[in-house]
Design a protein. Sequence first.
Length: 487
Amino acid sequence: MSAAVSVDPRTGAEVAAPRESSADEIRDVIAAAAAVAPEVAATPPRIRGAWLEALAAALVEHADELVALADQETALGEVRLRTELERTAANARYYGAVGARGDWMRAVRDDLDGVSLARAFLPIGVVGVFGASNFPFQFGVLGHDTCSAIAAGCPVVVKHHPAHPRLSARLGEVARAALADAGAPDGVFGEVIGFAAGVELVAADPVRAIGFTGSQRGGMALVETAAARTRPIPVYAEMGTVNPVLVTTRAAATRADDIADGLVASFTLGGGQFCTKPGLVLLPEGSGLTERIAGRVERAGGTWLLTAAIAQSFASGIDARVATGSEVLASGDRPDAGHAAAPTALRASIRDLTDGSPLIEECFGPLLIIVEYADPAEARDALARLQPSLAAAVQTDGSGADPELEAVTPLLLDQVGRLVVDGWPTGVACSDAMQHGGPWPATSRPDATSVGAAALERWTRPVAVQGVPDAALPAPLRADDPWGVRP
């Protein structure tokens, strides 16, 4: 067992944090979740929604304390963190409401020559959640994975992220108290701490699925561990990608300043530590946009990255790209202490966007790669060589009739989970129509989303029953539809 520490990114100073979970504690938490799984699955969705409403209210009640603690461990700033906390509370309420309406169960019932046949998506069981470093609230202990899993009728065991251990522990305390007050059973929410705890969580037989947000290396390690189990389980890993932006010829001619402003604001937001950060932009040659972007980067303020490892990886990522022929075009300010980073723009040749090049891979932090294309056909050819991404953006002239958009849309729809036109991909809204996912290496499961109404589907599996008496059936499959989930 190791002693955990909490680190201030602004100074690198360490503070004692909750210790790592022992082997016995890990087993007990998972066992408690497994014991209560049938009860949670059988609880009406509106009651589970009330549990999530209680979580939301508790977040708001403790906002000042939680935001201050998050800022100490992430240096993301109290304004950004307060907004994130408020959205996390709103997301909890949203998932509760989605769960209550029940359409995600896709429950149907037929009568075939006097024999009943019914089908529905039912809760899968205990869900293990690995939160992210960069969104301590929305993708942390009480983030999208946790709330969508509870809404779907699954107990959750969360593994704390080492980038914000004290915040994670306090969020866990707030959650347990709120759930108990709301009448939720013990075991519906549990926590484990430490690397060994994460390995055990994926390997434990009662765990039926894993949610993860983080690096490709971390996500694929969990996928491999889960696949090696005697009973393999799905891992829904959302991983970082380069998220390309195409600026059309007409857009560069008519909206240059707006595009330069928006792009720099987007790739530096949160220290560039967003999985949806635009990391690569394709511009028409001779448009002057490269110079406009460079000027804004030079005036951009520096930031602190979440951990020493992320700061080191950011610096080495720039070095690796320069070593392959890119040039540093512009660099902003850099703090002189802590896990510091300066916003940086590199210029590269479009010919270097090839398989295996670091230019087409994510560099976590405020880095932007700029390439210029001679004509739209060259731009499309370069986009076709990129790895799939979570998102892509196209900046047009805003008329709705930019001819380059129509030509590139089918290509990008085949490569990304979300396509944004005349906007930036950095923000993700919690809504029924949201898709936050994409083909590998954006995620381990291109059929899933970690945000929005469809996020609940990850924690279910389809089951059909034939000729089973109603008294023996789960509520969504019964003839009288007691939960009101069938259309």
